[in-house]
Design a protein around this ligand. Structure first.
Ligand SMILES: [Zn+2]
Ligand SMILES: [Zn+2]
Ligand SMILES: [Zn+2]
Length: 149
């Protein structure tokens, strides 16, 4: 018997290799939410609703709090003033998990958003809106020092 191969369909299964990391505040939370982006509710091994292909072009970021998101979803979220820079799942300040390869390419983007947020806050205070300071949920000084240590 001779078999002639006329067509080959490649089937690839893409998954992110998400490291276990003791720096995460609540690892159990990450397990519970399975592999779903907390914003668009799609699996983060698949692309976000605005992208067609998974992988580098629609990457994910790992939050220090234990929640993971598509970078497109979470960066848009933390960039809105109403988010106050908080994780939409647990309402802790959203910070990228440090020393994590997946997060590395996105550090500048999140720094930029943070700087923008502080600048907007400064404008509010200069305009006399002191409530903004409280609403902005700036972490207490010890937290800031711990984060930069
Ligand atoms: Zn998403
Ligand atoms: Zn995307
Ligand atoms: Zn969270």
């Amino acid at each position: 018997m001779r078999i002639e191969l006329t067509e080959v369909h490649g089937v690839f299964n893409w998954v992110w290799d998400i490291p276990k990391n003791e720096d995460r505040l609540d690892e159990s939370m990450a397990d519970e939410d399975e592999d779903v982006c907390g914003i668009c509710r799609a699996s983060y091994h698949a692309p976000c609703p605005n992208c067609r292909y998974p992988g580098e072009s629609c990457a994910i970021v790992l939050g220090r709090c234990g929640h993971n998101f598509h970078v497109h979803c979470i960066s848009r979220w933390v960039d809105t003033p109403t988010s106050k820079g908080l994780c939409p799942m647990c309402r802790q300040k959203f910070q990228l998990l440090q020393r994590t390869k997946i997060n590395e390419p996105h550090i500048p983007l999140f720094k930029e958003i943070e700087i923008k947020r502080y600048r907007q806050l400064q404008e509010e205070i200069e305009a006399g809106n002191y409530d903004a300071l409280e609403e902005a949920n700036i972490p207490p000084r010890e937290d800031v020092e711990m984060a930069s240590a």
